[in-house]
Write a protein that binds this ligand. Structure first.
Ligand code: PEP
Ligand code: MN
Length: 261
């Protein structure tokens, strides 16, 4: 696989590379307030879900394409870059039309080779960074297959997100980290940047520092963390989102601990 290292992605990533932002883009006000607070706290790569893959019907499924002009506006206003999840060629087309800077394939899409191939086909001839979340089930081959499909479409700014693996029984984690799977991915493909998603692994705020520190201690290249201006009022994943100030404090602590190791 021809893969560009993270420092050649044209993002001037901070150390560690952090992507932060709300689980879902909800309203122009929520987006503006969240991005403004994140920027004040040193974040310049924002995430936000536009189309949300919800497990059960009748949950909030994202506001859809109407969020894209709101995103364009905050990108221009604050000079940030923005990443969203894409699950179909339509999502890719819409995201590119509005100048979205980075795409990710979600855990529920990575399990389906048909879906991944359709997304890959829609990326042919496009030069955009793409991150591929691990599949919901602990299947390394499926994760690698999805990375290969996107890479074969010509995407060289390609990264992997470790968001944990689902369980039937409740465990301390929302999704078990099963660290040996991302570590085995890195052994086989050391050139693929590896980003940890402590928010979806933990499912709750309290556990995020422990998981994020573990990832940095294991030399992950970056973190993607959910942050919302008013987490308790979030329309999705309320229990795991951090206020922007709490996120900045966490990053500061991680840095200090890492330096002192
Ligand atoms: C998300 O990032 O908000 C999300 C839906 O994640 P996942 O695909 O990991 O469940
Ligand atoms: Mn989420």
């Amino acid at each position: 696989m021809e893969i560009k290292s993270l420092k050649d992605w044209g993002l001037s990533p901070q150390q560690p590379f952090v992507i932060a932002g709300p689980c879902s883009v909800e309203t122009p006000e929520q987006l503006d307030k969240t991005v403004s607070a994140l920027v004040k706290n040193g974040i310049d790569m924002i995430r936000g879900g536009v189309w949300k893959p919800r497990t059960r019907p009748n949950s909030f499924e994202g506001v859809g394409s109407i969020a894209l002009p709101w995103i364009k506006e905050v990108k221009e206003k604050y000079g940030v870059k923005f990443a969203i999840e894409v699950a179909s060629p339509f999502h890719v087309e819409e995201a590119l039309r509005f100048g979205i800077d980075m795409l990710w394939v979600g855990a529920r899409s990575t399990v389906n080779p048909f879906t991944v191939q359709e997304i890959a086909n829609s990326l042919k001839g496009v030069d955009v960074p793409v991150l591929v979340k691990n599949p919901v089930n602990p299947d390394l081959a499926l994760w690698i297959g999805a990375l290969e499909r996107i890479n074969h479409a010509g995407i060289t700014r390609l990264g992997a997100i470790h968001r944990g693996f689902s369980n039937f029984n409740d465990t301390v984690y929302r999704n078990s980290p099963t660290w040996q799977i991302p570590l085995e991915l890195r052994t086989r493909y050391p050139q693929i940047p590896l980003i940890n998603d402590p928010s979806h692994i933990s499912g709750k705020r309290d556990l995020i520092p422990h998981i994020a520190q573990m990832a940095l201690d294991l030399n992950f290249d970056g973190l993607i963390i959910e942050s919302h201006i008013d987490p308790d009022q979030a329309w999705s994943d309320a229990a795991q989102q951090l206020k922007p100030e709490a996120l900045a404090e966490l990053i500061g602590q991680l840095h200090t601990r890492l330096v002192s190791v």
